[in-house]
Design a protein around this ligand. Structure first.
Ligand SMILES: CCCC/C=C\CC(=O)SCCNC(=O)CCNC(=O)[C@H](O)C(C)(C)COP(=O)(O)OP(=O)(O)OC[C@H]1O[C@@H](n2cnc3c(N)ncnc32)[C@H](O)[C@@H]1OP(=O)(O)O
Length: 253
């Protein structure tokens, strides 16, 4: 993770080649970096983007969920939950500068921010069902809160990956920006949020999001149990093995 500060704005650049997949170690690093910025009194905003060309993040590392060690799988899921809690509940203003594809966990990271700008000709969405897995309730809450129930339900069922244009049309992202302008526009959007007194913006954000974060806190252990029981089922392991194979075939084909 490349993290630096530009006056009162923290910039986090995901940099885990080849596709910024989020494994246990990287999620832990991500959480430490965001918590550090959150606790930095001089930091008012965070921009999350990718240091890689064409990929914002491929989402959760599928290899963590394929033929897993159960203890590690639990730790992995705890870090995924923590990342969402940290981002969705952050007190600082957050902008996702989506400069590449953002499937599944990559989409969730961006949806957890306050504002999303995206470069053209990429795809974004919660495609979990395409892998034969199911996005947990807090993933669906987050997309529903962004694009509304009907569109979210349809997108989740299909595991639909939106083009940048489609994402803009349904409100999944806020603005389409040429790749060479994405950081400049992220700073402009951040300034708009800074024009509002921090405490008023923070309390308002809390009012909107707290109930959803509290819901996960109340069910956190059960959510981890569900995840571990679900992922370790034979049928799910088979589906995930097939999906991994299809990724490799697509590459060679
Ligand atoms: C109960 C479950 C709850 C919710 C759980 C999960 C949420 C998730 O996030 S699951 C992850 C879903 N992600 C995807 O489906 C993305 C899959 N990847 C792609 O579509 C493409 O790789 C991508 C468009 C991101 C990039 O395309 P390319 O630039 O063409 O790269 P390659 O496809 O050649 O990939 C390079 C290399 O990376 C491996 N890879 C890709 N994604 C992942 C991933 N998410 N986890 C682990 N590894 C991944 C891919 O297999 C290639 O590997 P090698 O063949 O060994 O080089």
């Amino acid at each position: 993770m490349l993290t630096f500060k530009e006056s009162c704005i923290g910039v986090m650049k995901l940099s885990k080649p080849p596709v910024n997949s989020l494994n246990l170690e990287y999620l832990t690093e991500f959480n430490i970096a965001i918590e550090k910025l959150e606790n930095d009194k001089s930091c008012r905003g965070v921009i999350i983007t990718s240091a890689l060309p064409k990929i914002f993040s491929a989402g959760l590392d599928i290899l963590e969920m394929y033929q897993p060690n159960t203890d590690r799988l639990r730790q992995f899921w705890t870090q995924v939950q923590q990342l969402w809690i940290n981002l969705y509940g952050s007190q600082v203003a957050t902008v996702a500068a989506i400069n590449g594809h953002a499937p599944a966990g990559g989409c969730l990271v961006s949806l957890s921010c306050d504002y999303r700008i995206m470069a053209p000709n990429y795809t974004i969405g919660l495609n979990e069902t395409q892998l034969g897995i199911v996005a947990p309730f807090w993933f669906s809450d987050t997309i529903t809160n962004t694009i509304g129930f009907r569109k979210a339900e349809r997108a989740l069922q299909l595991g639909y990956m939106f083009t940048t244009d489609e994402a803009k049309a349904c409100g999944l992202i806020d603005k389409i920006v040429p790749p060479d302008q994405i950081m400049a526009v992220a700073h402009e959007e951040m300034k708009k949020m800074f024009a509002v007194p921090d405490f008023a913006r923070q309390i308002t954000k809390n009012q909107c999001r707290k109930q959803f974060i509290d819901k996960l806190h109340a069910k956190r252990d059960a959510d981890t149990d569900n995840f571990v029981n679900f992922i370790t089922k034979d049928s799910i392991q088979k589906a995930m093995g097939k999906y991994l194979e299809s990724l490799k075939k697509r590459k060679s084909g």
